[in-house]
Design a protein. Structure first.
Length: 128
């Protein structure tokens, strides 16, 4: 719909801001055990993932080094899906709806798109 084309950059900026906020909040939950029923992280890999979620989410939220932050966050979510959700099982656990990995897959692809597109609008990156 051509009428919506003029809102494309604004819609993308809102996607970037909300994705960054939600991703960063996941990091806060992991690192500080806030508003979650999950136990605190018990291994270094989960701590590193929580730090990447918090720092990367905040960078994406404000649009600072958006391409790099989104690329790192995308890779983190790919690792999360393969290692913690799918676990490379060749059965019904392959499907995100079964292994509860929908959010990891969506974050991975959204952040991959953002790493290609950059901050665009309402961001701290030079030239948008």
């Amino acid at each position: 719909m051509a009428i919506l084309e003029k809102f494309a950059d604004t819609a993308y900026a809102l996607l970037r801001i909300m994705s960054g906020f939600m991703f960063g909040f996941h990091g806060v939950q992991k690192l500080f055990n806030v508003l979650t029923d999950q136990p605190p992280p018990d291994n270094l890999q989960v701590w590193i993932g929580g730090f990447i979620e918090l720092a990367g989410g905040l960078a994406i939220l404000v649009g600072l080094k958006t391409r790099w932050a989104a690329f790192i966050c995308s890779g983190t979510m790919a690792v999360a899906y393969f290692q913690f959700h799918w676990k490379l099982a060749l059965d019904e656990n392959f499907f995100p709806g079964v292994n509860h990995g929908e959010m990891a897959v969506l974050y991975c692809l959204i952040f991959l798109y953002m790493s290609c597109r950059g901050g665009v609008k309402w961001c701290l990156d030079p030239k948008g």
